[in-house]
Design a protein around this ligand. Structure first.
Ligand SMILES: Cc1cc2nc3c(=O)[nH]c(=O)nc-3n(C[C@H](O)[C@H](O)[C@H](O)COP(=O)(O)OP(=O)(O)OC[C@H]3O[C@@H](n4cnc5c(N)ncnc54)[C@H](O)[C@@H]3O)c2cc1C
Length: 397
């Protein structure tokens, strides 16, 4: 039997950052993760960090590599009607975003946990949670062929959208809100110098496309596709041809092409769990909510959740009062719904919808015209894209 103060299921950004923030508050935690260390440190996912996430990682002492290798962007481009229009975040809201891959954040956090003597059980299987509706929460799992049990005061369910924590809550105790989009993203990583220093979001008659980057020599590109798209139908030549078509401009813009070394299809969905707590189980990150990636909010919401949770747990262990833990869900959900709205709006603005007679596309072009010509409209985009302040009014935790 292992004993700790907080048992964490999942070593994604939410679980690792929570464990790290708790240790800075002098609170012990243990993480149970189903995958190997190598797997989570190589898993290609998000790459856009809001200013608040960057500040949080820096304040927590895990920002050294991010400061050296992250690419700071002061704006993005919206491309439609074969023309580019820059949204200048710096000028509009005085903030920026940082492009730094999620798996690099994960590497930094794993390193920080082990350096501080933290405990992570990788490759755990048959993970289950118990007793969280009373005062004796436990996490059971098998590790290296042995059955283990972790006794803790609280469980943090940081095990992503397909984890076991949310489904372990009795039926009817939580409410779920969901929207599934009729398209997905075909994403690639390519050894090709990004053709622009900033991200380009393209609305094209054939569908959405996004040009992003991982490093100055590696492009990250996405194409709107069917949610069940068969990658076998997409040889590299077809991917490049379609990308070039969607990014073309009147001035003859061309993406730099190079060997593709990673390909995948992501379905798109909005999902929210209410409340994000049941008894002594607290859900955080993708375990509680997911957003379509168009607004680049998933990783950032996970960071915002665990910031609030770590503070509420610190208050509980320091004063004995669970008053802040009781407000955890309400505080997080306010930001979550703001991010849901923004992600839905960006998705609706940029993607081609099935059975569009042409009306929706024209409506999108009119809205893009407004966003790129009205300072008020551009400011709303910039404010949301770079991220809401970590403390919204009335959330003094
Ligand atoms: C392809 C893709 C692209 C994305 N792009 C962006 C982007 O550009 N910007 C953005 O902000 N967000 C993006 N996201 C979303 C972002 O990656 C997620 O929001 C983020 O990973 C959430 O972190 P998390 O720690 O909550 O969950 P996860 O990263 O999913 O971590 C959950 C962890 O729990 C583990 N786990 C699962 N089940 C169990 C179990 N039973 N027992 C123990 N451990 C378990 C998993 O192995 C995993 O390590 C993207 C996601 C995907 C899939």
């Amino acid at each position: 039997m292992i004993r700790t103060q907080v048992g964490i299921v999942g070593a994604g950004p939410a679980g690792l950052l929570l464990s790290h923030l708790l240790s800075l508050e002098g609170i012990e935690s243990v993480i149970v993760e189903s995958q190997s260390r190598a797997h989570i440190e190589e898993r290609v996912r998000a790459g856009v960090l809001e200013q608040g996430t960057v500040d949080l990682l820096n304040e927590a002492g895990v920002g050294d590599r991010m400061r050296r290798q992250g690419l700071v962007h002061h704006g993005i481009e919206l491309r439609f009607g074969r023309r580019g229009h820059r949204i200048d975040f710096q000028e509009l809201v005085g903030r920026a975003i940082t492009v730094y891959a999620q798996h690099e954040v994960v590497k930094d956090l794993v390193h920080a946990r082990f350096t501080a003597g933290g405990q992570i059980f990788f490759e755990a299987d048959s993970v289950s949670i118990h007793g969280f509706d009373g005062d004796d929460p436990r996490i059971r799992f098998r590790h290296a062929g042995e059955q283990r049990e972790l006794a803790c005061h609280y469980i943090a369910g940081c095990d992503g959208f397909r984890g076991i924590c949310r489904p372990s809550v009795p039926a009817g105790a939580l409410r779920f809100y969901e929207k599934v989009y009729p398209f997905g993203w075909l994403g690639i990583l390519a050894e090709a110098k990004p053709a622009s220093d900033e991200l380009i979001y393209a609305n094209h008659e054939c569908g959405f496309a996004l040009m992003s980057m991982r490093t100055p020599g590696i492009s990250r590109l996405y194409l709107q596709c069917r949610p069940d798209e068969d990658l076998a139908e997409w040889p590299d030549s077809r991917i490049w041809e379609e990308l070039q078509r969607r990014f073309q401009t009147a001035e003859g813009f061309r993406l730099n092409e190079g060997p593709i070394f990673q390909k995948g299809v992501t379905a798109m969905r909005s999902f929210v769990t209410e409340p994000m707590q049941y008894g002594r189980l607290f859900l955080a990150g993708d375990a509680a909510h997911i957003v379509p990636p168009t607004g680049a909010k998933g990783l950032n919401l996970a960071a915002a959740d665990v910031r609030i949770l770590s503070r509420a747990l610190a208050w509980r262990f320091c004063t004995g009062s669970d008053e802040r833990l009781r407000r955890y869900s309400e505080i997080c959900l306010r930001r979550v719904w703001r991010a849901q709205h923004f992600s839905w709006w960006m998705t609706s603005l940029m993607h081609r919808f099935n059975q569009d007679s042409g009306f929706d596309h024209r409506r999108q072009l009119a809205e893009l015209d407004q966003v790129t010509s009205s300072r008020a409209a551009a400011t709303v985009l910039a404010e949301n894209y770079t991220g809401l302040p970590f403390q919204l009014p009335g959330e003094e935790l």
